[in-house]
Ligand binder design. Structure first.
Ligand code: BG6
Length: 484
């Protein structure tokens, strides 16, 4: 058993969680700039935690301070990217997944021409990566759409946003096609149902007659159409390019073998994969359409939309995997939080400090399930554990729990590869500590590299190598042969 030659080992981040410099280089407002730090929020209720209103956005826009808006400051990657890339190169990264902030290129989302400073910023990053021999994997949309499109059109609920996004992507392909071969369209496209504002700029109090859920499905349809259009365009503009979809793999097991639990679980898993189904097969699954109809949700489609979906299918399937959960029809079953979801607790699994259930075998099951279903190469583009690491007085960070988490997941990946799964690569989330997407905390640390910053922005921002840094370097160096 071994990882294939040329296996793409690396790490993944998103612009809004690392860059900072929210008002530099001509950048416009993005939805991430109004995301607030809420230390007291109940993590079991993400929906309330991430909800916004027209009023809360207005208040955030009047506030120029960053203290309670951590994504505005990130970890200052904007100014320190050379140092950070050098550390990734030192770990031996073959690939680095990053996103391009739409608002650096198109500050409002509607300009005719891109902002030169923004264009140069990413070009410099790609040049540096080329120099270091690191392959870029670029996400076109990762929770950072222009806030002004959200305010003007209620985000992706309006089909005009498709044109804005296509223009942005065309610019990316034309300018960066010489550096970037691997692309992802929408990060965790399924997440729109869980946090409609950060994924699609939907402000619930602007949905009018429609329910927020109906708005979500309409916006989702627009994202599917946009994804298909830019996939086709990417193939036309960059020869040999590969476009992937990106799914939150929410692995769900039945809590018991009672047929009702199994049926409820089947429904959950089918719903989870519906998003990648559309992007891989180029059509909506009939049972999902039937289910929407039964729930009174009507998606309005333009003539030609279904043909567009057919013509723009993806080349590979990427996904994030952090945890698994179970499902039960018992209303009293004990629940536990996962990645922006609430699931039923699995008595066989341990959990992270945030309650996410750690399940390496679930990663193998996911790989086999997705490969069997899609028969496309797979790419794990997020996987990792958030924890409260301790910086010792001597400047070290001993994160044996992180090493243990990764080792067990890598062993399961190896088994899936041995079973015949075609796995292109693996990017951990995140190679360097950054601002958490769901809680906006800095203290929820994922990195191999510690960043000296606290939740309210205090600290030197110094980068410090954790024990896991040296361990991951060895794993990459031996292409997974040495995980000791
Ligand atoms: C994924 C997102 O869902 O989970 C990332 O794509 C996010 O942006 C990651 O950071 C981990 O979640 P969190 O909330 O712990 O940052």
């Amino acid at each position: 058993m071994s990882f294939p030659e040329g296996f793409l080992w690396g790490g993944a981040v998103a612009a809004n969680q690392i860059e900072g410099a929210w008002r530099e280089g001509g950048k416009g407002w993005s939805v991430a700039d109004v995301a607030t730090y809420k230390p007291d929020a109940d993590v079991r209720d993400y929906k309330t935690h991430v909800s916004v209103s027209s009023d809360s956005i207005k208040r955030a826009m009047e506030e120029s301070d960053c203290t309670y808006y951590p994504k505005r400051r990130g970890i200052d990657f904007y100014h320190r990217y050379k140092e950070d890339l050098a550390l990734f190169a030192e770990m031996g990264f073959k690939v680095f997944r990053l996103s391009i902030a739409w608002t650096r290129l198109y500050p409002t989302g509607e300009e005719e021409e891109p902002n030169k400073e923004g264009l140069d910023f990413y070009e410099n990053i790609f040049k540096e990566m080329r120099r270091l021999g690191i392959e870029p994997l670029v996400t076109l949309s990762h929770y950072e759409m222009p806030l002004l499109l959200s305010l003007k059109y209620n985000g992706w609920t309006d089909g005009r946003v498709i044109d804005c996004f296509v223009r942005f992507c065309q610019t990316c392909f034309k300018h960066y096609g010489q550096y970037v071969k691997y692309w992802l369209n929408f990060n965790e496209v399924d997440s729109i149902i869980r946090h409609s504002f950060i994924t699609a700029g939907i402000i619930p109090d602007r949905c009018g007659e429609k329910s927020e859920l109906s708005c979500c499905y309409q916006a989702l349809h627009h994202q599917f159409v946009a994804a298909a259009l830019v996939t086709k365009m990417c193939h036309e503009l960059i020869s040999g390019s590969k476009m992937g979809c990106m799914l939150t793999k929410l692995m769900t097991y039945p809590r018991t073998c009672a047929p009702e639990d199994v049926a409820a679980t089947q429904k959950k898993n089918l719903e989870n994969m519906f998003y990648s189904d559309v992007m891989v097969f180029g059509e909506y699954p009939k049972m999902i359409l039937r289910d929407l109809e039964k729930r009174g949700i009507n998606i309005s489609m333009e003539p030609g939309d279904l043909e567009i979906l057919k013509e723009g299918t993806v080349d590979f399937v990427s996904f994030s995997y952090y945890m698994s959960m179970t499902e039960s029809v018992d209303p009293n079953a004990e629940r536990t939080p996962g990645n922006t979801v609430l699931g039923v607790k699995n008595p066989y699994l341990e959990s992270s400090e945030w309650g996410w259930q750690i399940d390496p075998v679930g990663l193998r099951i996911s790989l086999i399930e997705l490969y069997d279903r899609y028969k496309k190469p797979l790419f794990i583009v997020e996987n990792g554990i958030g924890s409260k690491d301790i910086l010792e007085p001597d400047g070290t960070v001993h994160d044996a729990y992180r090493i243990d988490y990764f080792r067990k997941h890598f062993q399961e990946m190896e088994k899936a590869i041995d079973d015949g799964v075609e796995l292109m690569g693996y990017t951990s989330w995140a190679p360097i500590d950054l601002i958490s997407a769901s809680t906006n905390q800095m203290s929820k640390r994922y990195g191999f590299i510690y960043v000296d910053q606290d939740d309210l922005g205090g600290g030197s921002l110094k980068r410090i190598k954790k024990d896991s840094f040296y361990w991951y370097r060895k794993v990459i160096e031996t292409n997974g042969k040495d995980m000791s």
